[in-house]
Design a binder for this molecule. Structure first.
Ligand SMILES: [Zn+2]
Length: 329
């Protein structure tokens, strides 16, 4: 961070922005809690209802910059609040894994989006299973296997809520994939798989020749938009909170399914990341935290319940740490 005026203007807003984001997510909680209640245990349901009732943030001297310190989060993947927090962390991890493989393994990346036609709610579960099989088949094709050194695959399902569309009330499962390849891949004609070939391979893997699209592109450095596509949860709350019926379809089809899959070099790097071996790629948080601010949720907004100065011991502990997430959405 530098001290030019525009940036300090932006910084002034930062604490409020963070609280606004939490408020936006927390406001979705009553609907979410009510939809999930019949599908989970009483104990979990209670925890979900209380998710984000209490937040603690660390703030600097002017209360301009804050970060979440502790909260009563439920951790459920469908929870609008928790899925957002998880995506912020996963975004950082994915961008670091790519940076690491780029630097240490001399790899480049391809973003691949694989889709098939929309399905009815009753068929979603089976169609996801078929998708997983088709993907496996694709990765086992000789020409693919010989170039892919690792991948991250994310399953996403969207819902068509446009009443004027002929696909209204259908679901669209698809994969967002990043493939690690050797740098030379893009130059070697005998190895390079063009767009048209990717489409044929995907048609053959699914056995569905009505598929007309695959999206494939070489990754640019720091392509955070694509990284975010991989990191965000499999379903958008604006889709699955449409009504109880849609929520139940999403919940039952995605529950227990592995959402983010790491393979090959990405799997190794993922382990290293978890072990802290890639911490050198994380940035140091240079904000000087001086206060602990506690908030309670009061029906429609967060209310500051307490502000206190950090003790010397806490200042030592909470300052100069590594940044563990990316600020998104
Ligand atoms: Zn939660």
């Amino acid at each position: 961070m530098n001290n030019n005026n525009t940036e300090s203007e932006e910084l002034k807003e930062q604490s409020q922005l963070l609280l606004d984001k939490c408020t936006k997510k927390k406001k979705k909680n009553p609907k979410f809690s009510s939809y999930i209640e019949p599908l989970v245990s009483k104990k979990l349901s209670e925890r979900i209802k209380e998710c984000g009732d209490f937040l603690q943030m660390l703030s600097d001297l002017n209360l301009e910059n804050s970060k979440l310190h502790r909260a009563s989060f439920c951790g459920n993947r469908f929870c609008p609040m928790c899925s957002w927090r998880i995506a912020c962390k996963d975004s950082l991890e994915i961008s670091i894994l790519m940076e690491h493989l780029r630097k240490e393994e001399s790899k480049e990346f391809i973003f691949l989006t694989l889709t098939t036609p929309n399905v009815k709610g009753a068929d979603l579960d089976n169609s996801i299973k078929a998708y997983n099989k088709a993907f496996k088949k694709l990765m086992e094709r000789k020409e693919v296997k010989s170039i892919v050194k690792g991948y991250i695959r994310k399953l996403e399902v969207t819902y068509n809520l446009d009443k004027s569309s002929k696909s209204y009330n259908t679901y669209h499962p698809h994969f967002h994939v990043v493939l690690a390849v050797n740098r030379s891949y893009f130059k070697k004609q005998n190895l390079y798989i063009n767009h048209h070939r990717w489409l044929s391979l995907w048609q053959e893997s699914t056995g569905d020749y009505s598929i007309t699209q695959v999206d494939v592109r070489k990754a640019k450095i720091n392509d955070y938009k694509e990284v975010y596509e991989l990191a965000k949860y499999s379903a958008k709350d604006s889709d699955y909170l449409i009504n109880r019926e849609v929520f139940t379809v999403f919940y039952k089809s995605l529950k227990g399914k592995q959402v983010l899959v790491f393979s090959g070099l990405f799997k190794d790097a993922h382990k290293m990341y978890k072990n802290g071996e890639l911490d050198l790629y994380k940035k140091l948080d240079t904000i000087e935290y001086a206060y602990m601010v506690s908030y309670n949720w009061l029906k429609k907004k967060y209310d500051t319940s307490n502000i206190r100065e950090l003790t010397e011991e806490e200042k030592q502990k909470f300052n100069k740490n590594l940044i563990e997430d990316v600020d998104i959405e």
